[in-house]
Design a protein around this ligand. Structure first.
Ligand SMILES: [Zn+2]
Length: 269
């Protein structure tokens, strides 16, 4: 057996063989590229673990929250001693302990209209692990305008949804949901979320990101839903809309304008 420390060459090589199989041998994984992970919470943690195990070379992580005791059931990189610490500090410490070769860049803050384009432009792929519609739409727009693929992952109660969009940007998140919902939206702060459901969402997000980076588009053009109560995983196709304001024939969204996005209502990740 070749020598390799945990989280380095062996998982990478093993993952490469699997992805090559999934992509029918046409592409090799691009795990050395930089992945932008927005949200260091319940979805971001399992996604980061899966990506690190797969041998991803560099992660940029964006968050501005603190670790809370009530969130530990789903934020699986943290423990009791992290409560009260900035999430990013605890997150990067936990990753560094297990994957010292992983290059982690921590950006304390949020993806906002004046920063989102710059964040996306420097990434090979974006993982939206946030939990509010404003940021989700913002990242959908910014990734599309930057020509960067994006994976949207969400979890509320017993339900998880994950959607991957290639660099082509079509179909996109706005083909499915044209605008942010008006009025109060169901979020994890009011509705709660089951920890393992976040784990499913994070693992699926990492899977979609790695497959897109490897050139496997078979999981895009669809939204994957997981119902934890019914124990049901489904993939529903998404039709690219000709009149989509972002990716359609005559797009009206040509920039990131702050007034297009509602203030975040929940930032629990
Ligand atoms: Zn679209």
């Amino acid at each position: 057996m070749p020598k390799a420390s945990a989280g380095q060459r062996l998982p990478h090589a093993a993952h490469g063989r699997l992805v090559d199989t999934a992509a029918r041998g046409r592409h090799r994984p691009s795990v050395a590229r930089r992945i932008l992970l927005v949200g260091a919470g319940g979805i971001g943690a399992p996604a980061a673990i899966a990506l690190a195990h797969a041998g991803v070379g560099a992660l940029t992580i964006v968050d501005d929250d603190e670790v809370e005791l009530s969130n530990l059931h789903r934020q699986i990189l943290f423990d009791d001693t992290d409560v009260g610490r900035p999430k990013l500090a605890a997150f990067t410490d936990a990753l560094a302990r297990r994957w010292p070769a992983l290059e982690v860049t921590a950006i304390v803050g949020r993806a906002l209209p004046d920063t989102a384009l710059g964040l996306c432009a420097g990434a090979s792929i974006v993982i939206d692990a946030t939990d509010n519609f404003a940021t989700r739409f913002l990242l959908a727009d910014a990734a599309h305008l930057a020509g960067v693929p994006v994976v949207h992952a969400a979890a509320v109660r017993w339900h998880a949804t994950v959607m991957g969009v290639t660099a082509v940007g079509r179909p996109c998140y706005r083909c499915l949901f044209e605008d942010p919902p008006i009025g109060p939206a169901i979020d994890c702060a009011t509705a709660g979320v089951v920890g393992p459901v976040c784990g499913v969402a994070g693992a699926l997000a990492a899977d979609r990101a790695l497959r897109i980076l490897a050139g496997d588009t078979s999981a895009t053009g669809a939204i994957t839903t997981y119902d934890g109560l019914a124990d049901r995983l489904r993939q529903l196709p998404i039709a690219a809309r000709a009149d989509c304001p972002l990716c359609g024939a005559s797009p009206t969204i040509r920039g990131v304008l702050a007034e297009r996005y509602m203030p975040p209502e929940c930032d629990l990740g």
